[in-house]
Design a protein around this ligand. Structure first.
Ligand SMILES: [Zn+2]
Length: 370
């Protein structure tokens, strides 16, 4: 007589609770011997049917029938199931093979289901991660595709916000000189520039997408000659020409607004959202050196000496205790002056006439703004 160790089973049948009754069983020769609450029963293997079932389709269910009705039982744990399979008589061979095949298929399907579900949740995260890693490139790509008319509209919105915060003027000697030099530096540009002087004592100047340039009175006061002002203007204009400010705004508007922008939505909401980013713009060191180099080219085309630009930035960097606004949004590299001088040497010196403005009078005119 061949017997095996006891297996833990959950049994269902006439007189047993709906949720099943735990019982033990073992193979004895070709029969399954079960200790049911009502007494011990012996079920010949030839009379049982094995199917797959349970919530995950992985369970083994053994069915049989007797005079009282239909019965079934399931090995409780994987170890019990293993024991059932190992000791099952050969007469169950083909049924167990079918069960194995069935369970294998269900298991694969079950895993595939998890894979689909996992991918469903992971994809947006993956997209977000990719976006985050490439945010700069995406912003650049989108910025290059914004039509110039929309860029100008955006610039007007930003300018309106600036006007609400500071007093801007296009009148007076200082504004006239800024416009005069600015126009020389932007000959042939695709933008129609507007030049403003802001009544603000801090040393700052900024360029708004679409071609709006604002120079603080404090910056003009800090210059020693018109060439220094020309150097700052030449630099600022490059942030418009190379769309640095526009790119910065695109970069800062957030994912959802960027999505709608990428899909070609230039609605007022998106533009207004972008316009609000002006105050927080900070250029990268790369953009700064691009603006410096482009600025030198513009000075050369305009026949203006580059020495004012080099000297002014050098002067600011020596004064800077972290409170010169121009340098906080335009981070200068340590070797800016050397880089500028080296670039001028590469370009070859160009003929330049000193700019003919009465500089003390220009500075004096700033007082009339108040
Ligand atoms: Zn800059």
């Amino acid at each position: 007589m061949v017997t095996t160790d006891l297996m833990n089973l959950l049994c269902f049948g006439p007189g047993l609770p709906d949720g099943g009754s735990p019982c033990s069983g073992r193979w004895v020769d070709d029969s399954l011997q079960l200790d049911l609450p009502g007494g011990s029963v012996t079920v010949p293997a030839a009379q049982v049917t094995v199917t797959a079932g349970g919530f995950d389709g992985q369970q083994m269910i053994v069915h049989w029938q007797d005079a009282a009705g239909r019965w079934s039982c399931s090995p409780v744990s994987a170890a019990d199931q293993q024991q059932f399979l190992a000791a099952a008589p050969d007469t169950l061979g083909s049924q167990l093979a079918r069960w194995r095949k069935r369970v294998g298929r269900t298991r694969a399907g079950f895993h595939f289901g998890w894979l689909v579900l996992g991918t469903f949740f992971a994809l947006p995260l993956l997209a977000l991660l990719l976006f985050w890693l490439n945010a700069d490139r995406i912003a650049g790509w989108v910025a290059q595709r914004i039509p110039q008319a929309e860029e100008v509209k955006l610039g007007e919105m930003s300018l309106a916000q600036v006007r609400a915060q500071m007093k801007l003027t296009q009148q007076g000697e200082a504004a006239r000189v800024v416009r005069d030099i600015g126009q020389r530096l932007t000959q042939g540009s695709r933008y129609h520039y507007q030049w403003y002087v802001a009544d603000d004592p801090t040393i700052n100047a900024f360029a708004i997408p679409g071609g709006f340039v604002v120079v603080h009175s404090g910056l003009i006061k800090a210059t020693d000659n018109p060439e220094e002002l020309a150097g700052v203007l030449a630099h600022e204009v490059q942030h418009v020409e190379q769309r640095h400010s526009l790119k910065g705004m695109v970069h800062n508007i957030g994912l959802s607004a960027l999505m709608s922008l990428a899909l070609g939505d230039m609605s007022g909401t998106v533009l207004a959202n972008m316009a609000q980013q002006l105050g927080g713009l900070k250029f990268s060191r790369d953009q700064e050196s691009q603006a410096d180099l482009g600025g030198l080219e513009a000075l050369k085309r305009a026949g203006i000496s580059p020495q004012g630009m080099i000297h002014f930035f050098d002067k600011l960097s020596k004064q800077d205790g972290g409170n010169i606004e121009l340098l906080s949004s335009h981070p200068a590299s340590d070797n800016r002056e050397q880089a500028l001088e080296q670039r001028v040497r590469q370009m070859g010196s160009w003929p330049a006439q000193p700019l003919q403005y009465n500089w003390p009078a220009v500075k004096q005119s700033l007082k009339d703004m108040r």
